[in-house]
Design a protein around this ligand. Structure first.
Ligand code: NAP
Length: 434
């Protein structure tokens, strides 16, 4: 029997468990450990609440979780309740599927002013992550700036731009909906330090911005490279740029009160304000032949009371585990970190790719594990972990418990919404008895 512990119950964790089931059949026991009492990681707290079809993949993870050889071990914090070293003693393989929940730091003066938030916090807030439920972002407007030209920046801009009716069918938490309903924001500036050809936005997601009820995307045609240059782009990127070209041709729509302005070749250099963010200073850039943005010395200010930095993520280091500080993830050789210790998903490769990218990643790490551990070394596995956690008085949340929490969330949903998420750990734990 092979005993495998996976730390983190997001896509990387569940695809690894699924791959273990396929490869090892009955001869494996996988424990998926999560510090929250609820599973699915980024599917629950990262994917935008108005993208329910993407969240549907959790049904596939549920099918994995409901088998005998995979177990969800929720409400267990590795580092507090059990150490990595203890897990390595108990299991043949320990897989770090911890994602990249920290924001890459915005290293400019004024980044610590109230009103400046990272995307992890902002996205966590509208998605009901217990760590960020109390964020209370400054929506007293009229200006908001979203730094970055990736899909997360796009999510944040879209959520700020939508009307209440446009959240029908979503599972945005009520505290965020209430705040957004009272928002005074009328200009959302998307700040890209490079140009239209360098955006990291996928076409479907970018196209959505062109169909919002009260918001109009604005692109300055002068920022666009000559149309013939689009032929040099790979097809997906070309489609994204086509959306920008379409936005640039649209006449100002007086009926749309909210503007989503693409400000290209604009690098943030400072945030200023009297006790809170009031404006961001940006420097115009030009592109070097290698594609890097360099400042031109020309600066200007954009008024903003809310500044959301969406410039990528980092995996938090763990003491004693090799870490690649430059890349912001665990140092690894194709997922191998130390003997018996592996990394998968964003913790292995950094914050790139879609949910589906984690599936081949999970398969690949399972193959490495198979090569390394043979048929297992007769380790204690599940019963060993249970005994340790019990001796420490840790209150474990099982998958059956989660199903009760889920049923309570579904029952509490607003009309038309699939669920109303609990936003505190206490409320989640309390719902197990429901
Ligand atoms: P991302 O795709 O890496 O985009 C980060 C953006 O931040 C880039 O435009 C980057 O510009 C910019 N940036 C980085 N450092 C900066 C700085 N110091 N100043 C100004 N701009 C800076 O990251 P992400 O948006 O966080 O997304 C993470 C992953 O999740 C991506 O693979 C994304 O596609 C995926 N995701 C997908 C969806 C979806 O499919 N619906 C939704 C959300 C996220 P440069 O290019 O110049 O570095």
């Amino acid at each position: 029997m092979r005993h495998i512990a996976v730390i983190g119950s997001g896509p990387a964790g569940y695809y690894t468990a699924e791959a273990c089931q396929k490869l090892f059949g009955d001869q494996v026991r996988v424990d998926i450990i999560d510090r929250l009492p609820v599973p699915y990681g980024l599917i629950r707290t990262g994917v935008a609440p108005d993208h329910q079809s993407i969240k549907g993949v959790s049904r596939r993870y549920e099918a994995v979780a409901l088998t005998d050889n995979v177990r969800f071990v929720g409400n267990v914090s590795v580092g507090r309740d059990v150490s990595i070293e203890e897990l390595r003693r108990l299991y043949d393989a320990v897989v770090l599927a911890t994602g990249a929940p920290l924001d890459r730091p915005l290293d400019i003066p004024g980044a610590d002013l109230p009103g400046v938030v990272g995307s992890a916090a902002f996205v966590g807030w509208y998605n009901g992550h217990p760590d960020f439920a109390g964020l209370g972002p400054a929506l007293d407007g009229p200006g908001a700036v979203v730094i970055g030209n990736g899909n997360v920046a796009l999510d944040v801009a879209r959520i700020l731009a939508k009307t209440e009716a446009e959240f029908d069918g979503s599972d945005i938490v009520t505290h965020a909906l209430t705040c957004l309903r009272a928002s005074h924001i009328t200009t959302i500036t998307l700040l890209g330090r490079r140009g239209p050809h360098q955006i990291a936005m996928t076409p479907k997601e970018l196209g959505e911005l062109g169909h919002l009820t009260r918001a109009q995307p604005i692109v300055d045609a002068r920022d666009l490279p000559p149309e013939g240059d689009d032929a040099l782009l790979e097809p997906g990127q070309r489609k994204s740029v086509m959306h920008l070209r379409d936005f640039a041709t649209r006449a100002a729509d007086a009926g749309k009160a909210v503007k989503v302005v693409f400000d290209f070749f604009a690098m943030p250099v400072a945030i200023e304000g009297d006790g809170r963010a009031e404006r961001i200073i940006v420097e115009k850039t030009r592109l070097e032949p290698n594609g890097a943005a360099v400042g031109t010395g020309e600066t200007y200010a954009i008024p903003a009371s809310l500044i959301v930095s969406c410039i990528g993520y980092r995996t938090p280091p763990i003491e004693g585990i090799p870490y690649d500080d430059r890349a912001g993830r665990f140092a690894n050789d194709e997922g191998r970190v130390l003997p018996g210790l592996y990394a998968v998903g964003w913790a292995r490769r950094g914050p790139t790719g879609t949910i589906g990218t984690n599936r081949p990643d999970g398969i690949a790490i399972t193959e490495r594990i198979a090569e390394d551990i043979g048929e297992g070394a007769g380790k204690a596995g599940r019963p060993g972990l249970d005994a340790l956690l019990e001796s420490r008085g840790v209150e474990v949340v099982t998958f059956r418990d989660w199903q009760k929490i889920e049923a309570a969330e579904n029952a509490a949903a607003r009309e038309g919404s699939p669920r109303e998420k609990f936003t505190s750990i206490e409320a989640m734990l309390g719902a197990r008895g429901a």
